[in-house]
Design a protein around this ligand. Structure first.
Ligand code: NAD
Length: 357
């Protein structure tokens, strides 16, 4: 029996998460497993109910779960709150409390959606990249940071990009381990020609790489990587990089694939894991049964693979998604000239109907 904490959140969060849970229930039925779902509030929903974006109680529930499924947080209603009280703070708190240091963002181009990309089909056909972003270190967390007044009344603002050996070692290890299950190529991205933190990053990744002689390691500067992702994305297998560079590059890689409604993610630590679609709460379409649930359902496939090691079932979910797309069914965000437009719940039905063991 597995315990899953469900944090649906705001906007389209509850709508897409509902479809994710239905897929998990179908998986349970197919494999004679029991998933126990515990539901709790997060983000704006938690602010409205308890006055804070995530409560200690929910953090404890997350710590005692086998996996966390998250929808999305945020919306105009809470935009005016001071920085530390905004819905997005819940995500930072969850990541740091659960020690989720590795963010996995696959960018996989579905053959049926090749034309949804802004790049030429011959460039993106067959793209299958896994971006692994360090998630709990670097400039987003480094100290000192702040905004100070200068003597002349102007201001001075600063952040610190800082990495310790152990932080680079553990993310590098994850990258090599994942590469072993794929095409055995790791590209480590840094700015070692300028930044000391990147010199350490490069040295440590190289050291860890020696323990994985069957995986080919290449180093690349971040500016070049940004360019290569558009020029020839098929050269990449696993990309591993820092928090800041990964934030930007994972979005760039993701957009190769078309719509944000298609993109799953996993955030892993040594003991905990959180799965969520990449997109936000999409307030413009919330409550209309229009959101694409595929990002969430693909995140479920990642959960089956990375937390529960149910590889066949993960594949079964992914194949069902591919089949539905191949048959021409589309939510509005990925609509094509001759495809049929379906709602969030209809897309869920279609995928579940096609799940075969
Ligand atoms: P967004 O991802 O919510 O929406 C961007 C655009 O993509 C919108 O047009 C939206 O309709 C569309 N879109 C998003 N998800 C979709 C889906 N599943 N199906 C179809 N279309 C989809 O980003 P935003 O508009 O910048 O942010 C809205 C709110 O979400 C903000 O409050 C922001 O802070 C929050 N946000 C939360 C997360 C998260 O919870 N992880 C991530 C990003 C943004």
């Amino acid at each position: 029996m597995y315990k899953i904490l469900v944090l649906a959140g705001d906007g389209v969060g509850p709508e897409v998460v509902r479809e994710g849970i239905r897929v998990l229930k179908k998986v349970a039925e197919m494999a004679h497993l029991v998933f126990e779902f515990e539901e709790a509030k997060i983000g704006g929903a938690s602010i409205d109910a308890y006055g804070e974006p995530v409560t200690n109680e929910v953090l404890k529930q997350a710590q005692s779960s086998d996996a966390v499924l998250l929808g999305a947080v945020g919306g105009a209603k809470w935009d005016g709150l001071e920085h530390g009280k905004r819905p997005e703070q819940a995500l930072l708190k969850l990541r740091s409390e659960l020690g989720l240091y590795a963010n996995l963002r696959p960018a996989l181009v579905d053959p049926s959606l090749v034309h949804a990309s802004t790049l030429k089909p011959e460039i993106i056909e067959g793209v299958d990249i896994l971006v692994i972003r360090e998630l709990t270190g670097g400039i987003y967390f480094g100290a000192p940071k702040g905004i100070e007044k200068n003597h002349d009344g102007s201001s001075r603002a600063f952040n610190t990009e800082v990495y310790s050996t152990f932080e680079v070692e553990r993310i590098a290890r994850k990258a090599f381990e994942f590469a072993r299950k794929r095409k055995r190529r790791v590209t480590s991205v840094d700015k070692a020609n300028i930044l000391e933190s990147s010199i350490l990053w490069r040295n440590v990744v190289s050291e860890i790489g020696k323990r994985f002689p069957d995986v080919q390691l290449t180093h690349m500067y971040v500016d070049n990587c940004a360019m290569q992702l558009i020029r020839n994305p098929k050269q990449f297998d696993v990309i591993v990089t820092t928090n800041l560079f990964g934030d930007i590059l994972s979005d760039e890689a993701a957009m190769l694939t078309g719509s944000i409604g298609m993109l799953p993610s996993a955030s892993l630590g040594d003991r905990h894991a959180l799965y969520e679609p990449v997109h936000g709460s999409a307030p413009d379409i919330a409550g209309q049964n229009k959101a694409n649930p595929i990002a969430t359902i693909s995140s479920i496939a990642m959960m089956l693979r990375h937390t529960f090691h149910l590889y066949d079932l993960a594949l079964c979910v992914e194949q069902a998604i591919q089949l539905v797309l191949k048959e021409g069914f589309r939510t509005a965000d990925i609509a094509s000239a001759n495809g049929e437009i379906v709602s969030t719940s209809q897309m869920g039905d279609l995928i579940i109907e096609r799940m075969k063991h």
